[in-house]
Design a protein around this ligand. Structure first.
Ligand code: FAD
Ligand code: NDP
Length: 329
């Protein structure tokens, strides 16, 4: 006998988890297709406000359509309004637990883990990622006032132009960020905590041969200092000799890795060695049919608002196509 569905269980059919550019773009596509998506936008989920990482920044200068730039929160408010305009049902709740072992999928919001689950035929995971920070003394004062975790986002700001800058990290991101910053900076110091880089050979060569980059091996930062408003100095320490110095820099960029928000899907979706959701190349399809992933949660290379929106679009269209195929069957 077929199991009797629990009448208390609520069915939302097309659920989006996360509310950054990826989630909202997916919502706009599903809502315009009259598929009535439900978005769980999160309540400070993963330490980020609803609207995602862009709510933590000031001006966004590289999102197409805004020639004079747009505030990060303003851009996300506009995306949210567009999702709502076409009929997305947005709930300010964080999804705390999922069960993707059979369809319909089951989801439980935070504080309701013991209640009957929300049921969904398709789920779009757009929970994003967060840059790792070092929490140096002084970091809180100068965060976004000289300290950033995204060179592509912030490197062109006037406070960094023709100045000495520092990047911390020794991976591909650090190499990429440092060489990118040479466009604006006078010199870029790269602080590497060990005596070697972790980055791929080609990226290492590019960094080490760049006339404006200076790699400081065996060097860690111990304090961020400034005039109270803007950063102007890093206290550094040589890990071999213990010698401490002041390094005069007006910018500090962390490139020590990101943490994708995949805690709730661990063991249920295939993840790569760094915890990012694996998607079939060129699609938003995960290892579970009916579950799609978009945005930074599945992208450790580009991590931009526009690429997140792009993959959100792919996820929305693929979810729509899958539902249409299944209905036809
Ligand atoms: P996110 O923006 O990370 O949003 C994910 C959302 O999902 C968050 O609100 C989170 O709280 C929520 N969430 C997580 N888990 C759950 C859950 N379990 N349940 C419900 N909700 C959940 N990119 C640019 O292109 N240009 C820029 O100028 C730029 N500037 C930046 C400045 C800063 C300071 C930072 C940190 C990033 C910047 N970026 C910029 C990068 C850009 O913000 C990201 O690439 C983009 O926001 C990723 O979008 P996303 O939709 O994947 O997820
Ligand atoms: P990685 O984890 O590869 O590198 C992080 C770096 O930061 C390491 O050198 C690590 O040092 C250092 N680090 C970590 N924590 C600290 C700390 N507290 N203090 C000082 N240094 C610290 O991260 P990436 O973001 O560079 O790369 C992630 C993945 O994305 C990789 O697979 C990379 O190949 C890929 N990627 C590819 C790009 C490309 O192909 N163009 C561009 C960007 C990323 P240690 O080595 O000592 O552990």
């Amino acid at each position: 006998m077929a199991p009797v569905p629990n009448q208390n269980e609520s069915s939302n059919d097309k659920v989006i988890i996360g509310s950054g550019p990826a989630g909202h773009t997916a919502a706009i596509y599903l809502a315009r297709a009259e598929l009535s998506p439900v978005m769980y936008e999160g309540m400070l989920a993963n330490g980020v406000a609803a609207g995602g990482q862009l709510t933590t920044t000031t001006e966004v200068e590289n999102f197409p359509g805004f020639p004079e730039s747009v505030g990060g929160s303003e851009l996300m408010d506009k995306m949210r309004a567009q999702s709502v305009r076409f009929g997305t049902d947005i709930r300010t709740e964080t999804i705390a637990k999922v069960d993707f072992s059979s369809r319909p999928f089951k989801l439980w919001p935070q504080f309701a883990e013991d209640e009957p689950p929300i049921l969904a035929k398709t789920v779009i995971l757009a929970t994003g990622a967060s840059a790792k920070r070092m929490h140096l003394p002084g970091e809180e004062t100068y965060w976004q006032n000289g300290i950033s975790a995204c060179a592509v986002c912030d490197g062109a700001l006037p406070i960094f132009r023709n100045k000495a800058l520092a990047v911390i990290g020794g991976g591909d991101s650090a190499c990429e960020e440092a060489t990118y910053l040479t466009k604006y900076a006078e010199i870029v110091y790269v602080l590497v905590r060990r005596d070697e880089l972790r980055a791929s050979n080609i990226m290492q060569k590019r960094l080490l041969n760049h006339p404006k980059c200076k790699v400081l091996f065996n060097t860690v930062a111990t304090e961020a200092k400034g005039d109270g408003e803007l950063l102007n100095c890093l206290r550094t320490k040589d890990t071999k000799t213990g010698e401490e110095k002041d390094l005069q820099v007006n910018g500090l960029f962390y490139a020590i890795g990101h943490i994708p928000a995949t805690e709730i899907v661990k063991g249920q979706l295939d993840l790569d060695e760094d915890g990012y959701v694996k998607t079939k190349p060129g699609t938003a399809q995960t290892s579970v049919r009916g579950v799609f992933a978009a945005g930074d949660v599945q992208d450790k290379v580009y991590r931009q608002a526009v690429t997140s929106a792009g993959t959100g679009c792919v996820a929305g269209l693929e979810a729509e196509r899958l539902l249409a195929e299944e209905e036809a069957e």
